[in-house]
Design a protein around this ligand. Structure first.
Ligand SMILES: Cc1cc2nc3c(=O)[nH]c(=O)nc-3n(C[C@H](O)[C@H](O)[C@H](O)COP(=O)(O)O)c2cc1C
Length: 182
């Protein structure tokens, strides 16, 4: 029997990312778990209005999305525990400036450079609708064809809010079409 546990938000676990953007000429980096796919090249990133990084994103209209894996989780968590308003996070990571001038984290094996297409304000949040313009992937995480990430090699860290924990990505169950035949 299923129990009604109220209107609990049950979309977890979610991959965690670090968003990078320039604020007043210096990069700021912020840990974010509330992200969602909107179309095949568009996503939404939900940021509390109080965050320091928001002004930089609104002014530059670009940001980087850096997908967190275990190899740099501690540093990524640091980007989610202090604000650029009080602490300079510009040297927390090595970074490279991308084609549309977003700061891309060197430690990340998978990063996307995005342009802001729209902003939806809902309550205390600015929800940035972003379009991916470039994806940068380390050779070590690419599949044999060389142009797609292989998620048997690359394991994004997942986050779940109810117990406030990070989780490992699990095992491969099989190719989707093999299930559809049944
Ligand atoms: C695991 C984790 C997930 C987080 N996810 C989000 C999120 O989805 N949206 C958000 O606005 N803040 C999120 N935060 C909080 C920000 O990362 C944090 O407040 C950060 O210090 C803001 O930095 P800034 O002021 O330099 O932008 C998260 C923090 C942690 C630890």
């Amino acid at each position: 029997m299923k129990k009604n546990i109220g209107n609990k938000f049950a979309f977890y676990p979610m991959p965690v990312i670090v968003v990078g953007a320039f604020v007043d000429g210096k990069p700021d980096f912020t840990l974010v778990a509330h992200i969602g796919i909107v179309t095949h090249d568009t996503a939404m990133i939900s940021l509390n209005k109080a965050h320091y990084i928001n002004r930089g994103i609104k002014e530059s209209k670009v940001l980087s999305v850096n997908v967190v894996d275990e190899s740099w989780l501690e540093k990524a968590a640091a980007a989610g525990s202090v604000s650029g308003r009080n602490t300079d996070k510009s040297s927390l990571f090595g970074y490279t400036i991308g084609d549309v001038n977003a700061p891309i984290i060197n430690e990340a094996k998978l990063s996307m450079e995005c342009v802001v297409a729209d902003i939806y304000e809902i309550g205390a949040f600015e929800n940035f609708v972003v379009r991916v313009v470039n994806t940068f992937a380390d050779d070590s995480i690419l599949g044999d064809d060389g142009d797609k990430p292989d998620y048997r090699k690359f394991k994004p860290v997942l986050f779940e809010m109810p117990n406030y924990t990070f989780l490992k990505t699990g095992e491969t169950l099989g190719e989707c079409k093999s299930f559809m035949k049944k």
